[in-house]
Each structure stands twice: as C-alpha cells, then as structure tokens.
Write a protein that binds this ligand. Structure first.
Ligand code: RET
Length: 280
C-alpha cells in the first residue's frame, strides 16, 4: 500500500477505500526521548545528592522534587524504548464536490506514558508549591484532585475519536479542572504565601507565575499536536521535551536553591516528618 494522500477536490475517488496517514516518531523524536531520559536521570542523581547535604527536617522539598525527576526519567525510558506508546486510529471523512466522500485513516502515536508521568508529577509539583505557600491540607487535597482529573480527562481526550464529542469534550473538561488548579494557586496560594512573610510572598509569586505560564503551554501544544494534528509527532516530542526540562529540573533547582538561602521557606510538619508520630 503506497498511497498516503487523500483524493483532492478535483480528482476521482481513490480506488483504495482507506488511505492511511501514518504519524509516527522519526529519528529526531527518538533521539530527543533518549537525550531527555539521560538528562532526567542525571538530574535525579544530582537532586538526591543535594538532599543528603541538608538535615532530614529540611529535606521535604528535596524529597518531593527528586521524586518528580525520578518519575520523569522512568517515563522517558519507557517512551525512548518504545513502551508507553500506542497507535490511535481514527477515520477522517472528506467531503468532495462532485464525487462521493472519501476517508482517510489517521494513525498517530499517542505516548500515554506522559499521562502516567503527569498524573504523578503534577500533584507533586503542586505539593511543592502548596508547602511553600503554607496551604492547609484541605486546599492541597482539592487542588491535587482537580489536577488528577485534568490529567486523566486529558488522557481520554488523547484517545477520543474524530467526529464525536469525545476528543474536544474531554479536553474542555480537562481545561475546567485546570482552571480549578489555577484558582487554588493564584488565589488561595498567593494569600497564604503573603500571610507567611513578605519574602515568601514574593518568591511564591515568581515561581507560581513561572509555573502558570509553563503549564498553560501544555494544553496549547496538546491542542495543536494531539488535538488538531497540525504538528508532527517529532515536533510534539521536542515541544514537550523543552517544557518538561523547564517545568521539572529548572523549577526544582530554583526552588531548592532559594530554600537553601531563605529560612522563611522552611516547612513545619511537626512530628510526622522528622520525629515519628509518638512525639519528640
Ligand atoms: C492536557 C490536555 C487537556 C487539557 C489540559 C492539559 C494540561 C496539562 C498540563 C500538564 C502539565 C505537565 C507538567 C509536566 C511536568 O513536567 C492534559 C495537556 C489542561 C497542565 C507540568
């Protein structure tokens, strides 16, 4: 089967009923996945090493952030070795002027390992920001639940069929959940951070603002790449790679270095974190 293009408006319907449009990763995409796997692995080791240099009482941000990088490294290993990916098939119908409708079968790789990564790492990133702001457990839980709903409905969107409300319906639900996450950070998080101290307040504003801009780029890339399929799979891999490096290791370095230099960012979780439930 060699035909990969649909009949244009002027040509006769093709004799092959379902031309197939294959959208798969090429060499650039595969290489990028390996490069980011190595980068995330090195970053995991570096963050673990950084955490040993501080007493366990002050290590919570380090533990959470190191875990984020370990999960990223594992998910990139899965994607680079060809795991964590499946081929999503959908039929696109073309209306022609003078000849019967034709269809194309679009086959596109969907890296579902990303959603497993995001379902685990975005709650941990939110936990970092929530601990910094000093949010209470109730607000942390609500933000994390909204975040998990956002990622899981995004996964459904990625496997939604063309020509049904599935794809963009799930996408809309995910975006609404994302607005709930933003609400918790921008309103509750900011108020709490300002209440802790002026220094924490302005650091939170900077790092949460950075997070907000980066995170908002994900649904935009998704819409162009996974949603509208206007971006090749390679370009999609590269776009997410850049965002992942900024949202995980760069975010982490910024948080941990500031934490080291700003005692006001310390977290007091009482006995649970450092001493055991029985008391001191
Ligand atoms: C999806 C598609 C559906 C709509 C929305 C999305 C948001 C994704 C986000 C991902 C953030 C990922 C991060 C990864 C860490 O490195 C699922 C793309 C709103 C916000 C920060």
């Amino acid at each position: 089967l060699t035909a990969t293009h649909t009949a244009s408006h002027t040509s006769l319907p093709t004799v092959i009923p379902d031309p197939i449009d294959r959208q798969f990763a090429g060499d650039d995409g595969k290489k990028t996945l390996w490069v980011i796997f190595v980068a995330m692995t090195i970053a995991s080791a570096a963050f673990a090493a950084m955490s040993w240099r501080v007493p366990v009482q002050r290590r919570l941000y380090h533990v959470v952030t190191t875990l984020i990088l370990i999960i990223a490294s594992i998910s990139y290993f899965a994607m680079a070795t060809g795991h964590g990916v499946s081929v999503h098939k959908t039929i696109v119908r073309h209306q022609n002027d003078h000849v019967p409708d034709t269809t194309t079968e679009v086959q596109r790789q969907v890296f579902w390992a990303r959603y497993v990564d995001w379902a685990l790492t975005t709650p941990l990133l939110l936990l970092d920001l929530s601990l910094l702001a000093g949010l209470n457990g109730a607000h942390i839980l609500m933000a994390v639940v909204a975040d998990i709903i956002m990622i899981l409905t995004g996964l459904f969107a990625a496997f939604g069929s063309e020509g049904t409300p599935q794809k963009w319906g799930w996408y809309t639900i995910a975006c609404i959940a994302y607005l709930v996450v933003i609400w918790h950070l921008a309103v509750n998080g900011r108020a709490q951070a300002n209440a802790r101290s002026q220094k924490v307040g302005s650091f939170f504003l900077a790092i949460a603002g950075y997070t907000l801009i980066l995170w908002t780029a994900y649904p935009i890339v998704w819409g162009i790449a996974d949603g509208s399929r206007k971006l090749s799979v390679d370009a999609e891999i590269i776009a997410y790679a850049v965002l992942d490096v900024l949202a995980k290791p760069i975010f982490g370095i910024w948080l941990l270095v500031t934490h080291a230099n700003m005692p006001e960012t310390n977290i007091d979780l009482g006995g649970f974190w450092s001493y055991g439930f029985g008391g001191e």
